[in-house]
Structures are given as structure tokens and as C-alpha cells.
Design a protein around this ligand. Structure first.
Ligand code: MRU
Length: 346
């Protein structure tokens, strides 16, 4: 089942509802802008590249529903809808990146008429999707060159096919290597509070026949100390110009631990996740989420006093000094990242 599926002829968009996994593999249809906003906000579709791909198809669906013939008014309405979707989650740059591509496509063709613009929007969304498939394939190949048969790899959150398309980013080398008969021992952090590691990473790797062991986040030290980890592979939601990167909360702690044990940390992501407008990680906006995700979600009964204060940032920033390499579809960037990342866009 594809995680995101757009039926162009019927103008129908479906996603696998990731919030139900691993217990239920169910597709849901996204029809209205509110349903789309909620799907992104509530992590029914999640993972930086997948959010971008989904948002692009959302624009296809919504554009064809706009009942306005005047070009300028049509464009204003499309931009309003794109702005609404963009406000659902702030940290992953792929969301605004994909929406910008879509609105620019509409804007530069607005005099061709609404029907033509809608066709071009569908082409653009498909291109964003196809490019991501290719980028994941290439990232997987470069990532695979960093590990050898039998290695232990620790990962945090989920950067697999569900979060992208096909192979994924951080899980890409593992899945590609497994296809080629290589064996890895993967340790997946469960990833509190929303359990992407437990619900999604262990589910994807286990289904693919990979040797995966699920651990609680606070066990990363133990598996590293035991000598079981040769490399850390994680995804990213936004990479700043200096190589600092935002990823799921807890990633920075894993990177600091890895530094202590001399284990290389790699972040893997497409160039669409690099934001040169952010000079450093300090410029990245970090999403804060509902405290109930910590206190009550996934528990039968609340596991904290009802009124207790909670702090629930969804991401943290890992300093570039902790990163051995940034793996993109164009190759592996090494320090100094200000230079190697800028070169990708020359
Ligand atoms: O809150 P989420 O589940 O969307 O966070 C996802 C991550 O942090 C991923 O590691 C990142 O988006 C990369 S996905 C290829």
C-alpha cells in the first residue's frame, strides 16, 4: 500500500493513517482543507518529505474544487488555502517548500485558464513525488557506503518509507542493504511521546525482515556502551546552512551520547530539507505540542496529575559539530558544512 495515493482522474487523495499503525493498516480520504490540515497536525501523515508530498496533492484536490473563474481571485484563494495548510506544522521545511512550488506553478501559468492550471498543478505534485522516490533511492545508496555487513545501527523516530516514499532516508540504506543480502542489527528508539520508533520504524523493519530491536529512548546509552552500535542514522526536518539540523525530540541527546562513545552520527535527507535561509539551528522554529501527548495518550489512565505543567517540544536541534556527515541525494556532505551544503545549490 502506498502511503500517499492520488487518483488524478477522480481527484481523490488517500493516505495511510499513520496514527493507527501498527494495529490498523487503513487508508483514509482527505477531501476538505480542514481534513488535510488535521491529517498533518495530528500526524496521520508525517515525516518531512511525506508532509510535503501530501500537501502538494492537497493543493491539486483543492484547486479543482475552487469555484472561481477569474484568474487573480482563483490564485488568491489557492494561496489562502496553501497558507492554511502551511500553518499546520512549522518545523519541517518540506511543507512550505512543496506549497511554494505549487503556488508558484499556479502563479506563473495563471493566464492559461483554470483548467490548464489545475492540470499543471497535478503534474507538479507528481513531479515532487517522483523526485522524492529518486532522491530516497540515491540517499540510500550513499548511506549504504557508510556501513558494512553486520554493523549495528541506531535510529531515532521514523525516517522510513512511511515518512517519505519507497525506501525512506535514514532507513533507506538498511532496506537497500537488506535487499542486497546484507545483515544489519538495528536498534530503534521508541521515540517518546508519540512512539514513531515503536509504532512505525520497528513495524517497517520487522515487516521487511530486518533484525530490529526496539528500545526505550533512555536505553541508547546502554546499547552504545555495550559496543553494539557502529553508526547512528537519523532523518531531519530542517537543515540550517551551517549543518545544524532539527529532527525529532531526543535526536540531539543521541548525538551527544554517540560523540562520547566515538560513534559517527549521520543525518540523511533530500536537498528539499536544507534551508539556507536558516543560518544556524537557532533560526529553526520548534513546534510545541499538546501536553496530553505526554500525560494521557497511549495510557489507559492519565499517568500524571491532571494540572501538572508539561513541556512538549516536538523537535530539537543537533549541533553540526556532532555530525559526521549529511547524506543527500547528491552525495555526502562533510564539514565545514557551510561550504559543502552551499555547493549543493551551485
Ligand atoms: O513529528 P514527526 O513524526 O513528523 O517527525 C518526523 C521526524 O523527525 C523525521 O525524522 C523527519 O521528518 C525525517 S523523515 C524522512
Amino acid at each position: 500500500m502506498d502511503n500517499i495515493r492520488y487518483d488524478r482522474q477522480a481527484n481523490e487523495l488517500y493516505i495511510v493513517d499513520q496514527s493507527l499503525l501498527p494495529n490498523e493498516e487503513k487508508e483514509i480520504r482527505l477531501q476538505s482543507a480542514d481534513e488535510m490540515y488535521d491529517a498533518i497536525k495530528l500526524l496521520k501523515v508525517r515525516g518531512a518529505p511525506a508532509i510535503g508530498i501530501c500537501a502538494a496533492y492537497c493543493i491539486c484536490v483543492l484547486a479543482r474544487e475552487i469555484d472561481i473563474d477569474d484568474g487573480k481571485s482563483f490564485l488568491n484563494e489557492l494561496k489562502r488555502l496553501a497558507g492554511y495548510l502551511n500553518s499546520s506544522r512549522p518545523t519541517a521545511v518540506n511543507l512550505s517548500w512543496a506549497l511554494k512550488r505549487m503556488t508558484e506553478t499556479a502563479e506563473s501559468n495563471i493566464f492559461s485558464g483554470k483548467d490548464k492550471v489545475c492540470e499543471l498543478l497535478c503534474d507538479e505534485a507528481r513531479a515532487i513525488h517522483d523526485e522524492d522516490i529518486e532522491m530516497c533511492r540515491s540517499i540510500s545508496k550513499y548511506g549504504l557506503s557508510l556501513v558494512k555487513d553486520g554493523d549495528g545501527i541506531l535510529t531515532h523516530c521514523n525516517a522510513g518509507p512511511l515518512a517519505t516514499s519507497r525506501y525512506g532516508t535514514a532507513l533507506g540504506p538498511i532496506l537497500l542493504g537488506s535487499e542486497r543480502g546484507m545483515k544489519f542489527r538495528v536498534f530503534a528508539d521508541e521515540t517518546r511521546p508519540l512512539l514513531q520508533g515503536a509504532r512505525l520504524t520497528s513495524y517497517e523493519l520487522y515487516k521487511a525482515g530486518v533484525d530490529v530491536t526496539l528500545i526505550c529512548d533512555n536505553m541508547a546509552n546502554t546499547v552504545m556502551k555495550n559496543g553494539w552500535i557502529d553508526a547512528v542514522f537519523v532523518g531531519c526536518d530542517r537543515i540550517a546552512a551551517n549543518g545544524d539540523f532539527a529532527n525529532k525530540i531526543g535526536t540531539c541527546a543521541v548525538a551527544i551520547l554517540a560523540k562520547y562513545y566515538g560513534i559517527p552520527v549521520y543525518t540523511l535527507g533530500p536537498t528539499s530539507t536544507i534551508d539556507l535561509n536558516c543560518k544556524t539551528g537557532a533560526d529553526i522554529v520548534i513546534e510545541e505540542r499538546d501536553p496530553d501527548e505526554i500525560k494521557t495518550k497511549f495510557y489507559e489512565k492519565p499517568m500524571a496529575p491532571e494540572g501538572v505543567k508539561c513541556f512538549n517540544p516536538a523537535f530539537d536541534v543537533t549541533d553540526h559539530s556532532l555530525v559526521a556527515g549529511i547524506v543527500t541525494q547528491k552525495g555526502i556532505c562533510r564539514p565545514p558544512y557551510t561550504e559543502s551544503l552551499a555547493k549543493l545549490f551551485e
